[in-house]
Ligand binder design. Structure first.
Ligand SMILES: [Zn+2]
Length: 378
């Protein structure tokens, strides 16, 4: 999300077989997608609720979120919180790497023969180029070039030509890089990548992050707005499914592209009921503005740091607006416009997309996937 970008900037400181595989992938339909992800929605919800550690401020408003506890995921392999990386004086790992050595000790090998019964009949290894094309098509990366300042796609390459293990995380960071390599990932997929539309000197944090990726021979792929907006795989789609919103329509225009969703509840809900379903209860919800109708029938959802999008929710007469991060400046406007707002946490409203894509890639390609849970409390 755009505000996420701001936050990050502040903080920063056999060929024929392969052709057939690509054709098989191209034939995957939206129905496949919905079926693959339906099971994941239910598990995501329960795990996210347990993971949240936010505290109330006494009024149940604007309480700051606490760091999650991590946990097991049924959806995709869940890695532990313990870490990782031996670290040098500057906190960076000091490892000798052979020129042809991967970070998990596996060397480049010819792709194995096609296993019987693998999902979609596809070999476990996939060429990097095929992965790029597949994800770009699924997430419609081209459609967001004008609206998204983020560099969507392969941000950092590695020496590997074949991928077997893909790790997923919300944020590009030294921790996510190290944990991805501890798991043996060939590529890390993130929602918040390293490049945001402006030239950056390769110094400081940016240098150390790039050095980590290059030394560990870990590729980095990022998808920002496309992963918020995707109608089935996206963050907002995940939240809408969790809340069982119906009659979904695009909502929340950003640079001319609607990246959120709005919809109608199958029955009216109280704010507490929505908070319970989204966050697992008020104590786990970073913030609530209970200023709107008690019987909530409609909601607009924009994941991440999009508090200002509440203005669109007000204009459209919605009963409830849901986003990730809170904002002081919208308080009185929401009070006077009489709208309910839930600040579900930037991180916690943006784990949906990476989890859904991880499951989709695993089920469709047979590649191994893992979600790295690294909550920030925001
Ligand atoms: Zn974000």
């Amino acid at each position: 999300m755009p505000l996420a970008f701001k936050c990050f900037r502040q903080a920063q400181h056999a060929e024929s077989d392969k052709h057939q595989a690509r054709e098989d992938l191209d034939e995957l339909s939206g129905d496949d997608l919905a079926e693959d992800t339906a099971h994941g929605h239910r598990q995501e919800a329960g795990e996210d609720q347990r993971r949240r550690g936010a505290k109330e401020d006494g009024k149940g408003r604007f309480a700051s979120g606490g760091k999650g506890e991590g946990g097991e995921l049924g959806l995709v392999p869940q890695l532990g919180q313990e870490d990782q990386g031996e670290g040098g004086d500057d906190g960076l790992p000091i490892k000798e790497h052979e020129d042809d050595c991967t970070c998990n000790g596996r060397k480049s090998q010819p792709p194995p023969s096609l296993p019987k019964g693998s999902p979609a009949g596809i070999m476990p290894g996939m060429r990097v180029e095929a992965f790029e094309r597949l994800v770009a098509e699924w997430l419609r990366l081209e459609d967001f070039k004008a609206a998204d300042r983020a560099l969507n796609g392969l941000q950092v390459a590695s020496s590997k030509t074949e991928l077997e293990k893909i790790a997923f995380a919300v944020d590009a960071s030294l921790e996510s890089f190290r944990r991805a390599c501890e798991w043996g990932a060939d590529l890390l997929f993130v929602h918040h990548g390293l490049f945001w539309g402006e030239a950056l000197p390769v110094t400081g944090v940016h240098y150390r992050r790039l050095r980590e990726l290059l030394l560990r021979d870990l590729a980095l792929f990022a998808a920002h707005l496309p992963l918020d907006a995707h109608p089935e795989l996206g963050n907002n789609a995940g939240i809408a499914a969790q809340l069982e919103l119906q009659d979904l329509e695009p909502f929340g225009a950003y640079h001319g592209v609607k990246i959120g969703l709005k919809g109608r509840f199958p029955r009216s809900n109280t704010l507490d009921e929505v908070v319970e379903r989204l966050c697992g209860g008020a104590r786990s919800c970073p913030g609530v503005l209970p200023f709107g109708p008690q019987n909530i029938q409609t909601a607009g959802v924009v994941s991440g740091g999009e508090a200002e999008e509440v203005m669109q929710a007000i204009e459209e007469g919605l009963d409830l607006f849901i986003t990730g991060e809170s904002s002081h400046i919208i308080y009185h406007h929401c009070l006077e416009a009489r709208i309910n707002v839930i600040f579900g946490g930037h991180y916690l409203t943006e784990v949906w997309g990476v989890k859904r894509l991880a499951e989709k890639i695993r089920s469709a390609t047979g590649l191994q996937t893992a979600f790295l849970d690294i909550p920030t409390g925001f």
